[in-house]
Ligand binder design. Structure first.
Ligand SMILES: NC(=O)c1ccc[n+]([C@@H]2O[C@H](COP(=O)([O-])OP(=O)(O)OC[C@H]3O[C@@H](n4cnc5c(N)ncnc54)[C@H](OP(=O)(O)O)[C@@H]3O)[C@@H](O)[C@H]2O)c1
Length: 343
């Protein structure tokens, strides 16, 4: 049934979110946005940072009023008054850094992707279970109000039988960006592709069949990939990601009864339109385009999970991160992309 209004997003009540004491590993570009979101939007505490460079760590600490700076991650992890660690290093550091943090018994928030591949991710999942701590992929869009509303529309069956998901995510990067660096597991898949495949498996579940084509970029990394996923519920996902150009970055989720069209970039804060297949009914979601401020939702959800004694997020369980990586593994197998760590 087409709703009379869009549902209200279900988010943790502020009184149920404990203020965790956080440490950060890798104070780079996204860590800076994360720290700002925590400082300006939440009551989470930033207490330590670990950088390979004392000078860089110090500058970050001064900017965000962080008391302790480390150049040795193990020393930071030995702090008794540290509850959680946010890992914001490049992709191929997520697994080794994640192992360290989990072994130290700290709750662990790992930037996307959780690891390079499903094998590494499985090891992180097993270690988190052994240690009895929360481990979560920082798939920030999943925790935002817009995605909460989309989840509810899908759970309520508003779209009817799902048939088609179409999404693209292309961004132009200058050649000096880490995304072109083979030594840092470059290429679009683990960066931009996370959003595409994450949306596809969230909506359609595990694909039964995958067909992918790739095109290399100078420097040896993949430059673009196009993917067709067919799902058990009959839905087809048609996905493209590229480092060569900016693309609109919209997404369409089409069902028998209604269709959702998400403005680009679909994973970031922005509008979407829900339109009925018959009768011309339309509902529109609008919100401020405050992209990086919305990193606060992943931190608050994470803290809420810790407060509830959960070791896996109900919104972004590790099983979903693993499924996303296993789809990427298959795409990479078909297009011939092997990371250095896998050789
Ligand atoms: N959620 C999002 O919207 C979003 C957006 C962008 C990126 N990300 C994810 O966040 C991760 C980091 O991306 P970023 O763009 O923030 O990268 P970045 O600016 O290069 O920052 C990564 C930081 O990791 C540290 N690091 C440790 N080992 C390194 C190495 N071998 N090479 C380079 N840096 C190293 C560096 O800090 P020190 O030099 O201080 O040690 C560096 O500043 C990626 O996995 C990416 O997928 C998420």
């Amino acid at each position: 049934m087409f709703p009379s209004s869009l549902p209200t997003p279900r988010l943790p009540a502020s009184g149920s979110i404990p203020a965790l004491r956080w440490g950060i590993i890798g104070p780079g570009w996204i860590a800076d946005h994360f720290a700002r979101a925590l400082r300006q939007q939440t009551s989470q505490q930033l207490v330590a940072v670990s950088s390979r460079s004392q000078q860089k760590g110090q500058a970050f600490a001064e900017k965000w009023d962080i008391l302790r700076v480390f150049t040795d991650v193990d020393q930071m992890l030995a702090l008794p008054d540290l509850d959680a660690v946010y890992i914001a290093t490049p992709h191929n550091h997520h697994y080794p850094d994640g192992l360290k943090v989990l072994k130290a018994g700290k709750h662990t928030l790992i930037e996307k992707p959780l690891a390079l591949n499903a094998r590494e991710a499985t090891e992180l999942q097993q270690l988190a279970q052994q240690q009895g701590v929360l481990c979560m992929e920082a798939m920030w869009c999943d925790f935002t109000p817009k995605y909460a509303v989309l989840r509810q529309l899908l759970a309520d069956g508003v779209l009817g039988d799902l048939h088609t998901l179409i999404a693209d995510h292309g961004e132009f990067f200058t050649p000096d960006h880490r995304i072109f660096n083979q030594a840092l597991a470059g290429g679009p898949m683990l960066d931009l592709g996370s959003y595409l495949i994450g949306l596809s498996v969230n909506v359609g579940g595990a694909p039964e069949n995958i067909v992918a084509h790739g095109q290399p970029a100078p420097g040896g990394v993949n430059g673009q990939a196009s993917m067709l996923l067919t799902h058990g519920n009959g839905m087809h996902s048609v996905l493209n990601t590229t480092l060569f150009s900016n693309t609109p970055g919209g997404a369409v989720i089409a069902g028998r009864d209604a269709t959702i069209v998400m403005d680009g970039q679909f994973y970031a804060p922005g509008a979407f339109t829900l339109t009925s297949s018959q009768g011309g009914k339309v509902l529109r979601w609008e919100e401020p385009l405050n992209r990086y401020a919305q990193l606060s939702y992943e931190a608050e959800h994470f803290a809420w999970c810790v407060g509830q004694g959960l070791t896996d997020s109900p919104v972004r369980p590790l099983a979903t991160s693993l499924l996303t990586l296993s789809v990427m593994d298959e795409v990479r197998r078909q297009i011939g992309v092997v990371f250095n760590e896998e050789r």
